[in-house]
Design a protein around this ligand. Structure first.
Ligand SMILES: *Cc1c(COP(=O)(O)O)cnc(C)c1O
Length: 431
């Protein structure tokens, strides 16, 4: 099993030469490895084998229909955060009865749509929302399954914009308030069914410790809720981090390939070993909601160098992808390794900023980084761009959204065509 590696001096995704794809479909171009996506999903599924469980892929990380279909066919559930994501899951052949719906701001239309489709559970983020869902369910004359998201006040030790399990975050209901809320709901809200409890403490966690801390802190609460209210599932959220940094030496196993997870501070297997024994005695169905882990290292963004600009203070490599295509560097200080598609013949490095064409100073992929001296015309890969990459892309600066390619073995297919300029203005008046 392999994701991305040099073969005969040219970077490949599985058995497909990325240079060929860049030439054929143009750049910027997202390319995903189906084998890597499935490997991550199946390894997590196996690591949780000791407990009744469901892996509910967090759609927001990468919501391309073909990616969803790949996972749906292997029996994945889905964690969604909008009506739009539910629509996508259904279009891709996913089963709404295996969907959980999270998010602090669900609208009436979204709630009605999800009820009509028969989702597994609303993961509710406040008492106000719980009462509103009860009201809407009452108007429709149905009883709907819910879980409340508990905020366990645990420090996930990750970037502040992707930490969600502390009291100061907008997510979930305070740990101390959950018992009272479930008791009130059972007494006062006849149109909801208390089906489970949910938590999610943050994203890109690179240590097992916060997961253990959260599970141990919340477990007694889960036991009480099972006894008092008969809940049947506990979702322990997503957030398993991936490796973004590493060097690619020819012949080595690439760190973004699957094997590398074994040496990571937090691996799929370590996650399972640490948590399954702590969950086994509960007699509940355990849900996990991984997004980044499944798709992050399974995708790259290919971009072509347009110009080299030597300023008085810095050298800029200007490429044809911008922050509208991949916003993680400026939004989260996210690191993406930058690798030329043609393997450099020497170890010589230059210190450069790699920047895009967008009219923003935040439009960079790295700053003051030592990189091989690629030239205008060369194509580079921004590694580990499969999660929160295309999903966060926009038309800013009226730039068409890039195409997306899915590779499996030696075959590749376009799973999203590059937008045209007409696509960008579709829906506007004034032409
Ligand atoms: C974003 C999110 C996830 C997925 O997070 P990853 O870090 O990509 O695994 C899971 N659950 C909820 C509720 C989320 O908001």
């Amino acid at each position: 099993m392999h994701g991305f590696s040099y073969k005969n001096g040219s970077l490949h995704c599985e058995d497909v030469d990325l240079t060929t794809l860049a030439d054929q479909y143009g750049t910027p171009l997202y390319v995903y490895s189906a084998g890597t996506i499935l490997d991550h999903f199946q390894r997590l599924d196996a690591a949780l084998g000791g407990v009744e469980h469901e892996v509910a892929y967090a759609v927001k990380a990468n919501s391309n229909l073909s990616v969803l279909r790949l996972l749906a066919e292997k029996g994945a559930g889905f964690d969604i955060v909008s009506g739009g994501e539910l629509f996508r899951v259904i279009k891709a052949g996913g089963d709404p009865a295996h969907c959980t719906f999270a998010g602090v701001g669900k609208t009436r239309d979204e709630i009605v749509y999800a009820i009509q489709q028969g989702i597994y559970s609303f993961n509710v983020e406040s008492e106000e929302e719980l009462r509103y869902i009860n009201q809407v369910a009452g108007e429709l004359g149905v009883i709907v399954p819910v879980a409340v998201r508990v905020n366990p006040n645990v420090d996930a030790k990750t970037h502040k914009y992707i930490s969600t399990g502390k009291s100061e975050n907008k997510f979930g209901v305070d740990f101390e308030a959950i018992d009272g809320l479930y008791d009130r709901a059972a007494r006062e809200l006849p149109n909801i069914r208390l089906r489970g409890l949910q938590m999610h403490i943050g994203s890109q966690l690179t240590s097992i410790d916060p997961f253990i801390e959260a599970v141990e802190k919340v477990k007694p609460l889960v036991k009480r809720l099972k006894e008092r209210h008969g809940i049947e599932f506990w979702s322990i959220g997503g957030g398993i981090g991936i490796i973004y940094k590493g060097s690619l030496a020819s012949g080595d196993v690439a760190w973004w390939s699957n094997q590398a997870q074994d040496n990571a501070p937090l691996s799929i297997e370590r996650y399972g070993h640490a948590l399954v024994p702590r969950l086994q005695d509960l007699g509940l169905k355990i849900l996990v909601e991984p997004g980044r882990l499944i798709v992050g290292n399974a995708g790259v963004l290919l971009t072509r160098c347009l110009y080299e600009k030597k300023g008085s203070a810095k050298t800029f490599k200007i490429v044809d992808a911008g922050m509208n295509d991949l916003i993680r560097p400026v939004l989260y200080e996210g690191h993406h390794e930058i690798v030329p598609l043609q393997e450099p013949s020497s170890d010589a490095k230059v210190t450069v900023d790699v920047v895009g064409p967008i009219c923003e100073s935040g439009d960079f992929f790295c700053q003051d980084r030592e990189l091989p001296d690629f030239q205008p015309g060369d194509v580079i890969a921004l590694m580990s761009a499969g999660a929160y990459g295309f999903a966060m892309a926009s038309n800013y600066n009226s730039r068409p959204l890039p195409a997306e390619i899915l590779v499996s073995g030696n075959s590749s297919s376009v799973i999203r065509a590059r937008q045209t300029l007409d696509d960008i203005i579709a829906g506007e008046t004034g032409a």
